[in-house]
Design a protein around this ligand. Sequence first.
Ligand code: ZN
Length: 881
Amino acid sequence: MKTDKPRPILLKDYRPPNFLIDTVTLDVSLHPTRTRVRCRLKLRPNPLVAKPGALTLDGELLELESVKLDGRQLAASEYKVSDKALVIAGVPRGEFALDITTYCNPDANKALTGLYLSKGIYCTQCEAQGFRRITYFLDRPDVLATYTVRIEADRNDAPVLLSNGNPVERGTLDGGKRHYALWRDPHPKPCYLFALVGGNLGSIASDFTTASGKKIDLRIYVEPGKEDRCAWAMDSLKRSMRWDEERFGREYDLDVFNIVAVADFNMGAMENKGLNVFNDALVLASPQTATDGTFVGIERVIAHEYFHNWTGNRITCRDWFQLCLKEGLTVFRDQEFCADQRSATVQRIREVRGLKASQFPEDAGPLAHPVRPNRYIEINNFYTSTVYSKGAELVRMLQTLLGREGFRKGMDLYFERHDGQAVTVEDFVACFADASSKDLTQFMTWYSQAGTPELICQLKHDARAKTADLTITQVLPPTPGQAKKRPLHIPFKLGLLGGDGQELELTLASGERLADGLVELRKRTEKFRFRDIASKPVASLLREFSAPVNLSIDRTDAELQFLMANDSDLFNRWQAAQDYATRVLLQAIAARRRKERAQQPKGFIEALAITLANDSLDPGYRAQFLVLPSESDLARIIGRDVDPLAIHKARNALHKAIGSRLHTAFAEIYQRMETRGPYSPAPEQTGRRALRNVSLGYLTSRARPEDVARAAVHFSQSPNLTDETAALSILSTFNLPERAAALASFYERWKGDHLVIDSWFAYQATSQLASSLATVKRLTRHPLFSIKNPNKVSALIGAFAWANPVNFNRPDGKGYAFVADRVLEIDAFNPQIAARLLSAFRSWKFLEPERRQAAKKTLQRIARTKPLSHDVFEIVSKTLE
Ligand SMILES: [Zn+2]
């Protein structure tokens, strides 16, 4: 726990390291409370630095036993140790070796960074700055070294011993009581990619032959007894390996690739070289224990971590400000992989939904920051959706601007030029500029400017001249620390539709034909004149969501209906439905707050019905079409004086109106979309289940006795967890005995499974019933809940704070107070998780006055508390600013 006033770290202060480390030899003797680490470093002064001065190694929570310099034991007067560093003043001018022996306590480590124990398994998490909790080191990503690691442990406690790279040797000690394993990683890497695992683990094995014919041994390690839940993760891994060869020409570069799943993990997963460590929720799956959504999530995260081998590991970040260099790029790569594995449109809709639900509010509030931030207090606070999701959108825009081939050339150049280096965003973008001869200077502004741009569009048709004029103006809202903004370079995809729904040819006044419908915006206002447009067209703008912006254009209801039925860009067809639904909902919310009756949304529901009945569209796509904009999305669009309860009621009322008006159609779809035969996570089946379960939601929206019975039957007869939890989520909204019965039966069935039971916590935490806060409080004392486990915190407290806007934002402020208390409780042992939970307050300034006041008081109370971690201090002070 840190009490000194934290000082921000600035991008402009970057300096190269004074020393370089060439090789690291670790000898780790595992012990639950007293693990000994012997570390031998080969160092030399950095030739780029004129006067390297004293050597300062980072270190935290380490007990130092001895330091040797070139074999000579240093006296205590020859170095200084603090709670942050080991400083050695008199180091040689040339190469030298340091031998450092330290001890650490994995059992006491509940921050889950560094070396810790998860259910008896030793594991590590070093990104961003966890390695300094294992040994004294230059803990920064631009220090790359090769590692040799010897791990020693009690053979019964830890029969499996793993580290990065290739296995070299193993053997027994103490007459077989203890044993060791030796690993060597030939690829230089920064220490954040170091990993070590020791424990009693089951595993499944397979292999993969690379394009050049090299056989790689693949293995996934899990809690013994769960081996039968790893097949999907293994299958996803092999598909990822093949895809990266085919799409980007990237082959795997070690003899083995290991994945380990652990129960206590702060993040989703970690791409350590050759030894990915996963939150077990993103590895373990069977039809009974994982939903379709989890299967898709596993496929995606397995691919993501694997793809890091080239984008992140072989080429890494110069400093932590460049985090988007590896994350934005790798998210983009995993999105492209998923688009190739499944419906590209459904995948794109999911991404955009996610971006709007999480990144857009971040960009609009007090926590807004550029994709490449220029200052931080705690780097762990910057693993944000801006860095990840908006970062991926920037890479996608590069691909849109250069075309797929041009983009691939830029990537090839990036790998060729920077393999083995720690680089910057400038280095990355320069590869695309050089490979394509395109000027990307203005594009760089995307990396330094925060906030979501708004594009105000106007379309004017001149019947006599047969021209259509499209005017697009960029509005760049101010964000904290950035009042004035420069215009951005934006790829903008569009189409014009004729009255019969036909796609019109796009010919500019200059005579240039836009074959792919792409224009580039560079100035604050751009005008495009299209010729040979006989009658007034309907514009389909920002197709495929070609840039992460808000779009505004005046459209009539009839135009939205027209686009919902006719747009050849299926993404925009879906977007038209969302826009129409948003319009209907905003009117209803306003009417509700004026205590008036809302208009009947007849036109919208009729337009939905056409898509619902269109069997030429794949069921998964139709399911997305039927999901209304989320409450948080609506709150963001309203933007001020937000009343979460009014939003919730209006959305529910529309859901009910659609359900009753299209009842027959939903009943028919529900019948027809039933899947038979064995479960498969393939897109055909998951699409059918999604459409069927969305239909069930509408069918039961009026909560009549027959609806409740229908949901109860769906629940009790469900052959897989997808259907089971779909029904449970519906039943958990009813204040009826069937709700309690379903929750009790789910509990009885799954209380022995620490992953599945998380959805039992989550459905209660997100319940709209007035009793939900009391329920959540009670569940924090449940024997299956643990505040030390990040997944449990997320399933119960996180779900309440993030996904229950009505009860989190209770006007009496009790929802805020409860979450604040948990933030402070967690901050004492896991600041990273505490800060993440606290960011649920990020939109408090947009609330109506009563709630705003209550949220402010709560935030001020947190800010006054002492001590606070740097993580929580940074989030609370920015949120209040
Ligand atoms: Zn990543």
